[in-house]
Design a protein around this ligand. Structure first.
Ligand SMILES: *Cc1c(COP(=O)(O)O)cnc(C)c1O
Length: 459
């Protein structure tokens, strides 16, 4: 533990030197920063020794909790062997073993693993791969250069990933920098753009996407989608059958399907991969976030032999995939990922998770009693609680109210760390959380929403 004057120095230097991501620094510097020093299991401790329940798996990554012995050990052992060696023309055991295991556990046909170091880069790679594939595949469909993406989509913050993003708040500013993408309707049932209700809607959103594809398939290389849950736009859960419908459209109109499982992969939805729920195999799969159990940055873009084969040719034909990052497939990160997969097996994580998902589902019912809760969405261990100022009209709170932020600050006072998406309160605990801890998380979230929204009402 650091000394008292050291605490103050850290707090000052944090505000003085760090530009925090997705953070209005003008507000940030007014508050005392929360500086985390260590973690264990579902908990984090700040520099003063205060303990917090981590309700968002440290931004959706810690699958088995913090400081899991097996993963720490795997990392330590790998560091003693070698910390980094490149995959550009060389190879190393952890990358090889991990690629094999990923090929084994991901949906059928996905055999070729291309590593990178963040979700956004995994998406960039998927887009470039799809684009180049059509230029080089045997029939030479060189017109297929566009992408279809969904409204409310989030695929990362790099320029290509933003081009296929659909969250105006994050993406609008950068519009002039982006390439065009064709936009499909989002399966946001609570606020359906088509004014329909599931299931009587008969998948109107899919029909709209089909119209876009019907018109543009000859010039479209791929459709990119977050399977089952559009995460960053507020945990928008698509209705059953939707994903399968997307797969069928892509097949029927001969465009590639990119499934971005950066958020939903590694058990989040109750199965290892979200695509499994609807027995869907995409042409390209992107993985990140939970891949190392949340210990180190790593990502993967996995594709089929068919796509891979289109990049084979003579040296001077330049069919090579000209892409790579310096830390691509870092051995320490790969060792962590392998250890995390071992823990999945040892703990029977997915099996044990099922009763926790049920418990969570039951626990969330009570949130409907809060009159400013407009919608409660859950898929497995992904939860979004959408707060509204008026439940009947679904009217939102005024932005300057910062309702979501107030709720998570209230939770923080009660020893729980959350991070909202606007006025959607997100719960994304580690899959290893105990029922008792989960109960505490629900209780604090409930009390925090009640406390904040009751005050807001009176204003
Ligand atoms: C978080 C996320 C990304 C971006 O991952 P980074 O590691 O933050 O670059 C991409 N796609 C989805 C679906 C995500 O949730």
């Amino acid at each position: 533990m650091v000394t008292e004057s050291k605490h103050l120095e850290l707090e000052l230097d944090d505000k003085r030197y760090i530009w925090h991501p997705f953070t209005q620094m003008k507000d940030y510097v007014k508050e005392k920063p929360l500086i985390i020093e260590r973690g264990k299991g579902s908990f984090l401790w700040d520099i003063y020794g205060n303990k917090y329940l981590d309700g968002i798996s440290s931004l959706w990554v810690t699958v088995h909790g913090h400081c899991r012995e097996e993963i720490t050990q795997a990392i330590t052992e790998q560091v003693k062997k070698v910390s980094h060696t490149t995959l550009l023309g060389l190879s190393h055991p952890p990358a090889i073993e991990l690629a094999k295991r990923l090929a084994q556990i991901t949906p059928k046909g996905l055999n070729r693993v291309f590593y990178s170091d963040s979700g956004a880069t995994a998406v960039e790679i998927a887009l470039k791969m799809a684009f180049q594939y059509w230029l080089q595949e045997p029939n030479g469909c060189s017109d297929k250069k566009k992408f279809v993406s969904l409204k409310n989509a989030y695929h990362g913050d790099t320029v290509g990933a933003v081009s296929v993003g659909g969250i105006d708040l994050f993406h609008k500013t950068y519009q002039p920098m982006l390439f065009d993408s064709l936009k499909g309707e989002s399966p946001y049932c609570y606020r359906c753009n088509l004014g329909k209700t599931y299931p009587s809607c008969d998948f109107g959103c899919l029909t709209q996407i089909e119209e876009v594809i019907k018109k543009h398939h000859h010039e479209t290389s791929a459709l990119i989608i977050e399977p089952l849950v559009q995460g960053a736009s507020g945990m928008l859960v698509s209705p059953p059958g939707y994903l399968k419908g997307i797969r069928e459209l892509c097949t029927r109109y001969n465009i590639l399907m990119i499934a971005d499982e950066v958020a939903v992969g590694f058990g989040r939805t109750g199965k290892m991969f979200a695509c499994e729920h609807e027995d869907v195999a995409p042409d390209i799969l992107t993985l990140g976030k939970g891949i190392t159990g949340g210990y180190l940055p790593l990502a993967a873009t996995i594709t089929t032999d068919e796509i891979y084969n289109a990049f084979l040719g003579e040296y001077d034909e330049f069919k090579t995939f000209f892409h790579g990052h310096t830390y691509t497939g870092n051995p320490v990160a790969c060792a962590a990922a392998l250890a995390s997969l071992d823990v999945f097996e040892k703990d029977r994580t997915i099996i044990e998770l099922q009763k926790k998902i049920e418990f969570l589902e039951k626990g969330l019912k009570r949130f409907w009693d809060l009159k400013h809760v407009g919608d409660v969405r859950q898929k497995g261990f992904m939860v979004g609680i959408e707060l509204v100022s008026n439940r009947d009209s679904k009217e939102t709170f005024p932005l300057h109210n910062k309702t979501g932020i107030k709720v998570i600050m209230e939770a923080r006072k009660r020893g729980v760390i959350l991070r909202p998406l606007g006025d959607v309160i997100v719960l994304m605990p580690s899959l290893s959380i105990t029922l008792q801890e989960l109960d505490e998380l629900l209780k604090v979230t409930f009390d925090s929403i009640r406390s904040v929204t009751t005050v807001n009402c009176k204003l």
